[in-house]
Design a protein around this ligand. Structure first.
Ligand SMILES: NC(=O)c1ccc[n+]([C@@H]2O[C@H](COP(=O)([O-])OP(=O)(O)OC[C@H]3O[C@@H](n4cnc5c(N)ncnc54)[C@H](O)[C@@H]3O)[C@@H](O)[C@H]2O)c1
Length: 437
């Protein structure tokens, strides 16, 4: 891979557009403003709090990531978004119930100023939503053109230098790649013919790429993970990445499974169940949307454990994921895992994980990091799938001929080594020189 000759400085303002202004998006917006006002700390954000070691361990060079690669400043960020409900970000955040009233009041004026643009939406793709703030257009192509106008107007009226888009809207029904997704020409033809294989999320991705705007997909929808849009992104020099923010249960899974494999411990079964009561949970109560999420959550273990290479340890382990809508919990999800492992001589053991997490609190820093890193990637001239951002995803996108990397520690190393590589620093391999000195 060729190192970027130079990385353009993050001058001027950066727009972050989110299709979807629900729990996750409004938690990022409120959080960034609370941090800007000096009222809070950006915990969970690698771009804001993370450091990177450079050179030898004895060199004591450990700058903050944001100083090392020069990311956009929080003060230069402007938010905008679309939603099928017309609530402004304050009302939406209050309904989502993630951030408490005392904190929301501190940023009320700011949040009220962010009003959702009408969405490109079709209920065939998300069943359990009934909003009215929706665009009209004869064809899907018309809707994409309207989205392009929205991006241009947002950029112009806020005097932005650059814009990135992070999909924070609901999970769409499960879709498989079809012929019309193969190349851009077929894709555009299908948009004009209102082909059912074109989901609303694809219109946002198409509009973003057309406008030179990097696109990150926080949901498990197919969206930008199709050859037509991948090629389009490459030809327009636009970075893309996805899918599905890695937050609660899958974060734990991609920490524990690599540990079992590293110690050659076997796995007989992994049963994961969740209860959650937010709008995301309601959407996932529909079998079509759940199927999309289920596929995304199931993939990680197979790739990490490699049953073909280690049949004695991982052949035919039973893996089940359940998500149950349970309104009393709101955004405060509970994820249980029962893990049946076995050790020396095949003796069985069990592990139970009960993660009482806050979904959007875990997702918000991911949105911020993705936006800032995607902006960096574009300023560095990188385009197409950004595999180094797999760290943030449950179902990382990768080149067709490769398999996705799910192990959190490999992902973290890849992310940091990519930053070192971008800046012309030595990559860190953790190989010890001391044995020979
Ligand atoms: N919170 C997490 O931990 C987490 C983790 C991984 C993925 N996700 C995904 O992130 C997404 C957002 O989660 P959330 O908790 O904020 O959900 P949410 O239901 O609170 O917000 C989603 C919003 O998207 C809007 N929407 C739906 N379709 C739209 C469209 N076509 N255009 C514009 N707006 C649209 C909905 O009206 C809703 O307000 C979901 O797809 C979810 O699966 C969340």
């Amino acid at each position: 891979m060729r190192k970027p000759a130079s990385i353009a400085a993050p001058k001027g303002k950066l727009g972050i557009l989110t299709p979807g202004m629900g729990a996750v998006a409004t938690t990022v917006m409120a959080g960034v403003e609370l941090v800007r006002q000096g009222e809070s700390t950006p915990i969970g954000s690698l771009t804001q709090m993370g450091t990177i070691r450079l050179g030898k361990r004895t060199d004591a060079r450990v700058p903050k990531i944001k100083d090392f690669v020069r990311l956009a400043e929080l003060g230069d960020i402007v938010f905008g978004g679309w939603d099928v409900y017309s609530d402004d970000a304050y009302q939406a955040a209050a309904k989502a119930g993630v951030i408490d009233a005392a904190d929301l009041n501190k940023v009320q004026k700011f949040l009220k100023s962010i009003r959702p643009m009408p969405a490109a939406f079709d209920q065939n793709y998300v069943k359990n939503l009934h909003g009215t703030n929706i665009k009209k257009g004869k064809t899907k192509f018309d809707l994409a053109e309207q989205l392009r106008d929205d991006i241009r107007n947002f950029k112009k009226s806020n005097k932005l230098d650059r814009v990135v888009m992070v999909w924070c809207a609901s999970t769409e029904v499960f879709m498989k790649p079809e012929k019309v997704h193969d190349d851009l020409q077929s894709f555009e033809k299908a948009m004009k013919a209102n082909d059912p294989a074109i989901a609303p999320s694809m219109l946002y991705a198409y509009a973003a790429i057309s406008e030179g705007v990097p696109f990150a997909n926080g949901a498990p929808n197919l969206t930008v993970d199709i050859p037509a849009l991948e090629e389009f992104a490459k030809s327009k020099h636009v970075p893309i990445c996805g899918k599905d923010f890695k937050t609660g249960q899958t974060l734990m899974k991609t920490v524990l499974a690599p540990a079992f494999k590293a110690r050659m411990l076997g796995l007989r079964g992994w049963f994961s169940t969740n209860i959650l009561g937010n709008r995301d949970g309601e959407v996932l109560d529909d079998p079509g949307s759940f199927k999309t999420k289920e596929e995304s959550k199931l993939g990680a273990l197979e790739y990490i454990l490699q049953p073909k290479i280690y049949p004695d340890l991982y052949d035919k382990f039973y893996h089940k994921v359940r998500i149950n809508y349970y309104p009393p919990r709101g955004d405060n999800k509970e994820g249980w895992d029962n893990i049946d492992i076995f050790g020396w001589l095949g003796y069985p053991m069990q592990i139970k994980v009960d993660f009482l997490c806050r979904d959007s609190i875990l997702a918000a820093p991911i949105v911020l990091d993705l936006a800032l890193f995607m902006d960096l990637a574009q300023r560095a001239g990188m385009r197409g799938i950004q595999e180094w951002l797999s760290f943030y995803f449950k179902s990382p996108m990768c080149a067709r001929e490769l398999y996705p990397e799910h192990d959190l520690f490999i992902q973290s190393m890849k992310l940091k080594n990519t930053l070192r590589w971008m800046m012309g620093e030595d990559l860190i391999t953790h190989l010890g020189q001391e044995y020979y000195d």
